[in-house]
Design a protein around this ligand. Structure first.
Ligand SMILES: *[C@@H]1O[C@H](CO)[C@@H](O)[C@H](O)[C@H]1NC(C)=O
Ligand SMILES: *[C@@H]1O[C@H](CO)[C@@H](O)[C@H](O)[C@H]1NC(C)=O
Length: 271
């Protein structure tokens, strides 16, 4: 069918299968790039012959040996390069028969840098931790990004800066309260963890990515919805404590002999 279109650096499976395979004896599968006739992969005498394959494809061409029994001779090509574009021919030799198929690869090397945040605003309560989303889709791998910056744009504060594969925060308000998910960075996930939310954290945050001379950004709105359950508990305790204190004061005041304001039952009776 049509060409396989895949982005630079990705993996692509070149399909090749047969309807019938009487015996695997003497089976040979050859994958070649047409034109140059470069040998991409060779399966012969029951094994992959790495020594016969062109150096360029070493460790990049993966043949699914376990799929042979399913009459499937597909080949996966990893870490796609611009020069991989072209036609690939799969030839299957089995006993007296042979057959072939051709697959075309097109490398989609369109430059792109797409950053997405969160379309809905994030709600959080004081004292809670929150994650502000930022995912990047690019033809450039995340380790080659020049810079990723998290800013609070309604106040123009630099919250965190990621450069040379390290994240830093220099702002007093955010230092020690912000971090990226290190394990997620290779996936282009630059989401920000903001810990122990304060009232002043409410606002608009921007994740801006600079890569390969391009830049793109996305924003996330942090809406702060009052207080968390634990804060409310503390508040109730405070109110009830001050209430009790007031009551206690009143009692002490009332019982004091010098102030008779509250003392009742003092009346005169004139017969
Ligand atoms: C052949 O095997 C590959 C790898 O497991 C798989 O992706 C592909 O779908 C298989 N093709 C067929 C026709 O089963
Ligand atoms: C990014 O990583 C965080 C933390 O693991 C996770 O909550 C979030 O869903 C991830 N975002 C995407 C788009 O995968």
């Amino acid at each position: 069918s049509g060409p396989l279109v895949a982005p630079l650096g990705s993996s692509v499976v070149l399909p090749c299968s047969v309807d019938e395979l009487l015996s695997v004896e003497g089976l040979e599968v050859e994958w070649r790039k047409t034109g140059s006739e470069t040998l991409v992969h060779l399966y012969q005498d029951g094994e992959s012959r790495a020594e016969a394959q062109q150096q360029d494809y070493h460790n990049r061409a993966h043949f699914f040996t376990e799929e042979i029994q399913h009459k499937n001779f597909s080949l996966r090509l990893d870490d796609l390069r611009a020069e991989d574009e072209g036609l690939y021919k799969c030839t299957v030799y089995s006993q007296q028969e042979s057959g072939e198929t051709v697959v075309q690869i097109k490398v989609d090397n369109v430059e792109r840098l797409l950053v997405s945040g969160s379309s809905r605003s994030i709600s959080a309560s004081v004292g809670e931790d929150v994650t502000l989303n930022c995912s990047v889709d690019s033809h450039i791998p995340p380790e080659d990004f020049e810079e990723v910056s998290w800013k609070k744009i309604d106040e123009d504060i630099q919250v965190l800066l990621y450069q040379n594969n390290e994240a830093h925060s220099s702002n007093e308000r955010y230092i020690d309260r912000v971090e990226l998910f290190t394990a997620e960075i290779p996936k282009g996930n630059f989401s920000l963890r903001l810990k122990s939310i304060r009232t002043e954290d409410k606002g608009v945050y921007m994740c801006e990515v600079f890569a390969g001379g391009l830049s793109a950004n996305a924003t996330v709105v942090l809406e702060q919805l009052g207080f968390s359950a634990s804060h409310i508990m503390v508040l109730i305790l405070c109110i009830s404590a001050s209430g009790s204190a007031l009551l206690l004061c009143c009692l002490i005041y009332c019982r004091s002999p010098t102030k008779g304001m509250c003392i009742t039952g003092k009346y005169s009776y004139q017969p």
